[in-house]
Design a protein around this ligand. Sequence first.
Ligand SMILES: [Zn+2]
Length: 543
Amino acid sequence: MINRYIFPCLIALATAGCTTKKKADLIVHNALVYTADSVFSTKQAFAVRDGRFVAVGSSEEILDRFTADSVADLAGKPVYPGFYDPHAHFLGLGQVLYQADLVGTDSFEDVLNRLKSYKKNHREAMWLIGRGWDQNDWPDQRFPTRERLDAEFPTIPVALTRVDGHAMLVNSKVLQLAGITAQTRVPGGEVMLENGRPTGVLIDNAMGLVRRLIPQPDAKEKEMMLLAAQKACVALGLTTVSDAGLDRADIELVDRLQKEGKLKIRNYAMIRLGEPNLDYYLKRGPYQTDRLTVRSFKIYADGALGSRGAALRQPYSDRPGAYGLMQLEPRELERVLTLIADSDFQANTHCIGDSANHLILELYGKLLKGKNDRRWRIEHAQVVSPEDFEQFRRFSVLPSVQPTHATSDMYWAADRLGPSRVKGAYAFRQLMEQNGRIAFGSDFPVEAVNPLFGFHAAVARVDARNRPAGGYQTENALDRPSALRAMTCWAAFANFEDRLRGSISSGRQADFVVLEQDIMKIPAEQLRNVKVRQTWIGGEKVF
Ligand SMILES: [Zn+2]
């Protein structure tokens, strides 16, 4: 009886292989597939069904086993897991795309010109909002002041955020609206003065006095901003972004737009620290959908190095007596970290200066006690004291860093830090070696969105113009396989998403990117110019 059924099947197998082929939605073959799996294998082909990889192997093997309506012969083009940006400001990028873009201005004159043309094109604007200036790129590298803004824009409020988001230049109209005077004091912030009067530059928490006055975009405007940010990201191969600090309403907006199918890009939304958010999410617990993960709090320990807001253990080398600023008191940091430690949430704390890193590593250690799988992160880990590196290992703390910060800051970092302290800055290899993992992000819109700029900065330690010759502090350069992992599988690990995606392997979500050239092989100076050919999220082509 049994044989009668098996025998015809065997004949069918032997004579007509096609009848036994499994149905897939998509087959990609004749490609160079960097899987970023546990052994960093390369393959030629894969099959996708229901948004996931169902098999990865040689072209022959995959074409033998599967059939699909959509079959792509990639003619040897390289394929990588979809790129991650584990620390960025996705909604912030959308907002910037609707503001005056001051990135790359080469003088204050240039800033004024861009503002004038922005104003011409946005006659309805009640405020003139801009972002992205960096006085280190100008002939006069001192902080700008409000006088020329006042002359050009006497009646409309003008607020221009520095490239690092930690300083803002405003005109007199804004100072007046915000009631800021030479006597204004803000904990964790500074109103810069010259000859006893505000210069118009506000540092860190002092910007809050202005931010609360700026008209906020409504949900409809935010939707446009998020969709604009998505368009920019998928065109550069990004399939998952982490938004480093969102309020509940914005998280819920992202969730809704994803469920409506408008936002395809996946989001690891870190919750912005604050009492209402803490209250709500600690009660609710982590939240995860196919495209959204909410299981971490973003905390700010200190400011940024460029504006001397980063908290240092010894004074700034270029400003005697200045130590920078902690944004929260140590006791408050301990209180919130204890609440988070008692929950299922991850703590992701922004630490730039060695003092901030030291304090947070101490607090993490006190709460985490030893090795663990809580995956608590330090965002930026920018300046670390020599004796603090091993704390990352002892308490399984993950560094989440931005390689382009190294190549943007390298021209002046030694001024701020002096020759010996700067050795512990942007020390990506040393950090990676602690736990065998590191996550690479961009912090966009602070830096450019393109993840390949980060890849280039990490492996070559040079800027867009390939300077300095030979690279900057190259003892902390990463090899290319590690750099690719840092923007795929290790970033997924840092987001608790390593079982979902981050590698091209069977069962994982089919997020992948096809590039024109192989970033694992081409000369470093070509890396920034590599074009994205296709971007796929969950087996769907999004670019
Ligand atoms: Zn950030």
